[in-house]
Design a protein around this ligand. Structure first.
Ligand code: FMN
Length: 185
């Protein structure tokens, strides 16, 4: 059966560098024969337990179902004030609610930032968050895009071949870990 990976970028803006990076990863997954679905977070409201008691909002339910049905997840997070963006954290918070749809999921993280530090701090910050939801996060390879305003060409491809190769290696490792874990079941 075809493997399925889902992913989201923790940014709502249309021209988001993290959305571009996610789409580079999506193409790598497709090239390996793996289906990829990008989760749209634009309709996901801020987490509110009062709302949750009434029922998950439609966009939240859609996001949760997509993650639950996936074999693996890719998270492309921006860095906001030395941590993950609120959009990234909010999505994980909604996904973590009973039942936690991240439990046991194999997850790859990546990030793009406009500055020079390339989401180093955001990626360090997201690891304990994903540990708290019982996800298995790949340790390497690390994919960090700095100076993202110059990193992509007009077609959305990464200009730097080494960086593009790192995305390919990360996706290949994600697929391989998923296959190993499935075979072990
Ligand atoms: C509130 C806020 C805080 C930010 N803090 C950081 C930061 O700590 N480190 C960094 O590298 N970039 C920071 N940036 C710049 C982001 O890297 C930049 O906005 C980037 O384009 C966000 O990702 P996106 O293109 O996917 O939306 C910040 C941006 C915003 C709006």
């Amino acid at each position: 059966m075809t493997l399925k990976i889902v992913g989201f970028a923790g940014s709502l803006r249309t021209a988001s560098y993290n959305k571009k990076l996610l789409r580079v990863a999506a193409a790598k997954a497709n090239a390996l024969g793996v289906a990829f679905e990008e989760i749209d977070l634009s309709g996901v409201p801020l987490y509110n337990e009062d709302v949750e008691r009434v029922g998950f909002p439609v966009a939240v339910q859609k996001m949760r179902e997509a993650i639950a049905a996936a074999d693996g997840v890719i998270v492309a997070t921006p860095e906001y004030n030395y941590s993950v963006s609120c959009v990234t954290k909010n999505a994980i918070d909604w996904a973590s609610r009973n039942p936690n749809v991240f439990t046991g999921k194999t997850v790859a993280i990546m990030g793009a930032s406009a500055g020079g530090f390339a989401t180093v701090r955001a990626q360090a910050a997201i690891r304990p968050i994903l540990a708290s939801v019982d996800a298995l996060v790949l340790p390497t390879p690390e994919v960090r895009v700095s100076k993202a305003g110059d990193a992509f060409d007009a077609d959305g491809a990464l200009k730097d071949a080494a960086l593009d190769g790192a995305v390919g290696k990360l996706v290949a490792r994600l697929v391989s870990e998923i296959q190993i874990r499935k075979a072990g079941k």
